[in-house]
Design a protein around this ligand. Structure first.
Ligand code: SAM
Length: 272
């Protein structure tokens, strides 16, 4: 049996499945967990790869560490989405005091806690508070401000559409401390340049400093993934203050090179 993700009109990624471990159509989306031959356990949402045990570290470490390593005291962190717990396990490698996570779908959280040992461990940490709510509503009413906000959201379909709007970033800015930063995943530079330009355009209107950066991500479309690191304040250098321990991808060299952007992407981001 194979699981196949349609990555674009003409490209599919197909992997051999040993067993279906979980499948449920929740109120929000289709959530599936498989055991696979090459990629370990795999989480798919609405038939798209979200996490595989084999390559999750490229994505989660890239999403979290370039941001948290550059923030002096990342005491209060907010994670939006990320019900699989992968981003959370990386956040907990930093000297954080409190992590709030807002995930719309409790079923993703429950299933991942059950099947991914890292999620089970991370969600037991006393510093973590998980809220099941649409992040759009949460950020409008929350009174606290955060040192760092991490957007571990799905592609711009279904409940995640909200993450691609100006309103959302305007509200996000209000709950970010003045020296705080946001990191977000921004899709595939190979397949999704239109969406990337849309996000970049919004970020440009709302934030003083925007740093695009890249990492490999074998099971995501195109195998190469883009992220943005954004700050309210003007910043010119983004040197790491500390490097977390026990990483598999991220280190000081990766931090220094991940912000080097290839020519086609530079051109593309300039064409706004
Ligand atoms: N790494 C992933 C990727 O891009 O393939 C993203 C993974 S993570 C599983 C995305 C999570 O965002 C899902 O668990 C989904 O339920 C959650 N999500 C989607 N829309 C949301 C919303 N409006 N508020 C909060 N969480 C949301």
């Amino acid at each position: 049996m194979f699981f196949s993700e349609k990555q674009s009109k003409g490209t599919e990624l197909r992997i051999k499945i040993k067993k279906v471990l979980f499948r449920k159509k929740t109120k929000f989306q289709l959530v599936e967990i498989f055991d696979s031959l090459d990629w370990g356990k795999v989480l798919a949402i609405d038939s798209l790869f979200m996490v595989t045990e084999k390559d999750e570290f490229f994505y989660h470490e890239s999403l979290v560490h370039p941001l948290l390593s550059t923030i002096k005291k990342p005491s209060k962190v907010l994670i939006i989405g990320g019900g699989d717990g992968g981003a959370l396990k990386e956040v907990l490698k930093h000297p954080v005091k409190e992590v709030t996570q807002v995930e719309i779908d409790e079923e993703v959280f429950k299933a991942c806690k059950n099947f991914f040992p890292w999620a089970n461990k991370a969600y037991k940490d006393k510093r973590v508070k998980i809220i099941f709510e649409d992040a759009r509503d949460f950020i409008k009413k929350v009174k606290e401000k955060f040192d760092a906000i991490i957007l571990d959201t799905s592609d711009p379909v279904g409940p995640a559409k909200v993450f691609y709007t100006e309103d959302f970033y305007e509200n996000l800015k209000k709950i970010l401390k003045k020296d705080g930063g946001i990191s977000l995943q921004a899709e595939s530079p190979i397949f999704h340049l239109k969406v990337i330009k849309k996000i970049y355009n919004i970020l440009n209107k709302k934030f003083q400093s925007i740093f695009p950066y890249l990492s490999p991500m074998p099971t995501y479309p195109g195998g190469l993934w883009l992220y943005f690191l954004v700050f309210k304040r003007k910043k010119s250098i983004i040197k790491p203050i500390r490097i977390p321990k026990k990483t598999k991808y991220y280190n000081r060299d990766i931090h220094e090179t991940c912000f080097k952007i290839p020519e086609f992407l530079k051109k593309s981001l300039k064409t706004l």
